[in-house]
Design a protein around this ligand. Structure first.
Ligand SMILES: [Mg+2]
Length: 213
């Protein structure tokens, strides 16, 4: 396939901070006297911070002022940010470290394309920041996924055409973004993207870079 570059989504592909988000929302809900379970948390998957809080307020049949709403968003984000400071290389998802080493050995350039505003500090905590030539994060993008902007900016920074890049994604919106940008989309660890991805793997241990270069 003559692949020259790899672009990775962050959350769900390189690391999983889903549980950190859950704990932060749970404490926010409990502050409001609303009980919040793992099952309730399903409502928030792939949902923005603002819409997540709206869903929690609805769950408790509560209304708050605009000011209080903002304060709750900050409360949640502070708990989340505090909890991710404990991330370490041990939190890398299976196969990440060996794929990054392999890519480096084969001179395949790597980048990250994530809507998270915390992408750079998280990569540092995970000990893999030096493997990426570019990190396009939530600060560098106008149109979020499924718009392809995040990956197109990544490709431009790598200096490689999209058709020579593989995008690794766990979310349906990310697969859509990759395909809209002309990339080959590798779905990772989310059975819901099995159909839409060009190739599907359960985790990165199942991926063999040598088949693509
Ligand atoms: Mg993701």
């Amino acid at each position: 396939m003559n692949i020259k570059g790899l672009l990775f989504d962050l959350d769900g592909v390189l690391v999983n901070t889903e549980h950190n988000h859950f704990i932060a929302w749970k404490r926010t809900a409990e502050k409001l006297g609303i009980s919040f379970t793992e099952k309730n948390n399903e409502l928030l998957k792939g949902v923005s911070r603002v819409d997540s809080l709206k869903a929690i307020l609805k769950l408790g049949d509560l209304q708050v002022s605009e000011q209080e709403f903002e304060a709750l968003l900050t409360f949640k984000n502070d708990i989340y940010l505090d909890s991710i400071t404990a991330l370490s290389p041990a939190d890398l998802l299976p196969g990440v470290a060996s794929l990054l080493l392999k890519a480096k050995e084969m001179n395949i350039l790597c980048g990250v394309g994530s809507s998270s505003k915390n992408a750079k500090p998280i990569l540092k905590l995970l000990g893999i920041a030096s493997f990426f030539k570019v990190v396009v994060d939530g600060f560098g993008v106008k149109d979020p996924k499924p718009h392809p902007e995040v990956f197109l900016n990544g490709a431009a920074a790598l200096g490689i055409m999209p058709n020579s890049i593989l995008v690794f994604e766990d979310a349906a919106s990310g697969i859509q973004a990759a395909k809209a940008g002309g990339f080959t989309a590798i779905g990772v660890g989310n059975p819901h993207v099995k159909e839409s991805a060009d190739v599907y793997i359960n985790d990165l241990t199942e991926f063999n870079l040598e088949e693509y270069v």
